[in-house]
Design a protein around this ligand. Structure first.
Ligand code: NAD
Ligand code: IPM
Ligand code: MN
Length: 379
C-alpha cells in the first residue's frame, strides 16, 4: 500500500493559506475511487517554520523539524517572512528556507515556466502572441554559490563569496540533461541554455567550462548554448518561447530569473518548484516542494493565488511518490479551473490575474475540476 509521509510547513502570512488549498486537493485526490482503489494514502504532519517558529520556539527552524523532514518522503512548504520579524536582523525567517534546503541537500531547484491554461495567456503583462507557447524550466542550483559562500558583515564593509566547485556545477548540468530529455519527450531532448556572466566573473568562467565539459563527455546530443545573464533578462521578455527547454542557472541567477519567468507567464502564483537531492528514480531522497513566491503579507487573508502551491504538490506526486497519473490529473484540473467559460473552463481568477476570486474559491474550483478529471479514468 503506497503510503507517503509528508511534512507540511505552511510558514507565514499566505503560506499556510496556499498550502491549505494544496492539502485540500491532495485529500480530494486520495478520496477519489480512481486513486483510493490503489490504496494511496498521505500521512500529513504539520509543523512551524520561519516567523511562526520564531514566535513559538525563538528560532526559525528547529532541529526537530529538520529531523522530521529527513524522515519524510517529502516536505510541502508555503512561504516565510513578514514585517513583524524584519529581514535584516540576526533572526530572520528566511534563513529557515536556506537551512532546510541545505539540511536536505536539495541542490536542484526545478521551477517550470509555462502558462497553466490557454485562457490565462491573456493575463500576462507581455502580449499574448509573445507569451503563448512559452514552456521552459528554470533549473536553479540550490545549495551553493553566493548564497552559501563565506560571509563577512561589519558596519562599513560586507561581502558574500560567490564560489562553486566543479563537481557542484557538473551535477546540476546532469540534472539539466535529465530534464531536457523529459521535457522533449518523444521529439528528442529539448535544448539547454546555460546562464552566466563569464565576460566578467571568474566563477562564471568555471561554470561555463564545467557545463561544456560534462556536456561534451556525457550528453553531446543535447543542444547546449551559453547565454550571458544580462541579455537573458531581455530575451526572456522579448521572446520567451525561444528559451523553451531548460534554462540552467546558478543559485542567485535562478532566484532572479524564476521570478522574471513567473511575471511573463502571468503571475508568481503560477510558479511552482521542486527542490531535489538527486536525479528522480536514481536516488531516494526527501524532496521539498514550494511555490517560488514569498509570504505576500499584502494578500493575507484569502486573496493569494494558490495555484503555484497546488502545482508544487503535483510535482511532489511526480518526483517523490511516483504518482504521475494523479499529478497529470491535478495539472489538467488546474487548466480547467482557470480556463475561459467559453472553452469549457470554470474561469476562476484571483486578483493577480485580473479577477476577484478568493484563495479558497480557487482551491475549491481545482477540487471540483479534479473530480471531473478523475471520473474519466477507467481501469
Ligand atoms: P512575494 O513573492 O511575497 O511577493 C511579490 C509580489 O507578488 C507581491 O506583489 C505579491 O502580492 C505577489 N504575489 C506573491 N505570491 C502571490 C500569490 N500566490 N498570488 C498572487 N500574488 C502573489 O515577495 P516579497 O514581497 O518580496 O516578499 C515578501 C516576504 O516573503 C519577504 O519577507 C520575503 O523575504 C519573503 N519571501 C519568502 C520566500 C519563501 O519563503 N520561499 C520567497 C520569496 C520571498
Ligand atoms: C525563493 C526565495 C528564497 C531564495 C528566500 C526566501 C531565501 O526568494 O525561494 O526564491 O532566495 O531562495
Ligand atoms: Mn526568490
Amino acid at each position: 500500500m503506497p503510503s507517503f509521509n509528508i511534512l507540511v510547513l505552511g510558514g507565514d502570512h499566505i503560506g499556510p493559506e496556499v498550502v491549505g488549498e494544496a492539502v485540500k486537493v491532495l485529500r480530494a485526490a486520495e478520496a477519489h475511487p480512481a486513486v483510493s482503489k490503489k490504496n494511496v494514502s498521505f500521512n500529513l504532519d504539520h509543523d512551524l517554520l520561519g516567523g511562526q517558529s520564531i514566535d513559538a520556539h525563538g528560532i526559525p527552524l528547529t532541529p526537530e523539524v529538520v529531523e522530521k523532514a529527513k524522515k519524510s518522503h517529502a516536505v510541502l512548504f508555503g512561504a516565510v517572512g513578514g514585517p513583524k520579524w524584519g529581514m535584516t536582523g540576526a533572526l530572520r525567517p528566511e534563513t529557515s528556507v536556506l537551512d532546510l534546503r541545505k539540511a536536505l541537500n536539495c541542490w536542484a531547484n526545478i521551477r517550470p515556466a509555462k502558462v497553466p491554461s490557454p485562457g490565462v495567456a491573456k493575463c500576462s503583462p507581455v502580449k499574448e502572441s509573445v507569451v503563448s507557447g512559452t514552456d521552459f524550466i528554470v533549473l536553479r542550483e540550490n545549495c551553493g554559490g553566493v548564497y552559501f559562500g563565506e560571509k563577512k558583515e561589519t558596519p562599513d564593509y560586507a561581502h558574500d563569496v560567490w564560489g562553486y566547485h566543479r563537481w557542484e556545477i557538473e551535477r546540476i548540468a546532469r540534472m539539466a540533461a535529465y530534464l531536457a530529455k523529459k521535457h522533449g519527450g518523444a521529439a528528442g531532448p529539448s535544448k539547454i541554455t546555460s546562464i552566466d556572466k563569464a565576460n566578467v566573473l571568474a566563477v562564471c568562467r568555471l561554470w561555463r567550462d564545467a557545463v561544456a565539459k560534462v556536456h561534451d563527455a556525457e550528453f553531446p546530443e543535447i543542444p547546449l548554448t551559453n547565454q550571458l545573464s544580462d541579455s537573458l533578462a531581455l530575451i526572456m521578455v522579448k521572446n520567451p518561447r525561444s528559451l523553451n527547454g531548460i534554462v540552467l542557472c546558478d543559485n542567485i541567477f535562478g532566484d532572479l530569473f524564476s521570478d522574471e519567468a513567473a511575471a511573463i507567464i502571468g503571475s508568481l502564483g503560477f510558479s511552482p518548484s521542486a527542490c531535489l537531492a538527486g536525479i528522480p528514480g536514481e536516488e531516494k531522497t526527501t524532496g521539498m516542494y514550494e511555490p517560488s513566491h514569498g509570504s505576500a503579507p499584502d494578500l493575507a487573508p484569502n486573496k493569494a493565488n494558490p495555484i503555484a502551491t497546488i502545482q508544487s504538490a503535483a510535482m511532489m506526486l511526480r518526483y517523490s511518490c511516483d504518482l504521475d497519473f494523479v499529478a497529470d490529473a491535478i495539472d489538467e484540473a488546474i487548466s480547467i479551473a482557470l480556463d475561459d467559460k467559453s472553452a469549457g473552463g470554470l474561469e476562476i481568477r484571483t486578483g493577480d490575474i485580473g479577477g476577484s476570486a478568493s484563495t479558497t474559491e480557487m482551491g475549491d474550483a481545482v477540487v471540483s475540476a479534479l473530480k471531473q478529471v478523475l471520473n474519466k479514468i477507467k481501469d
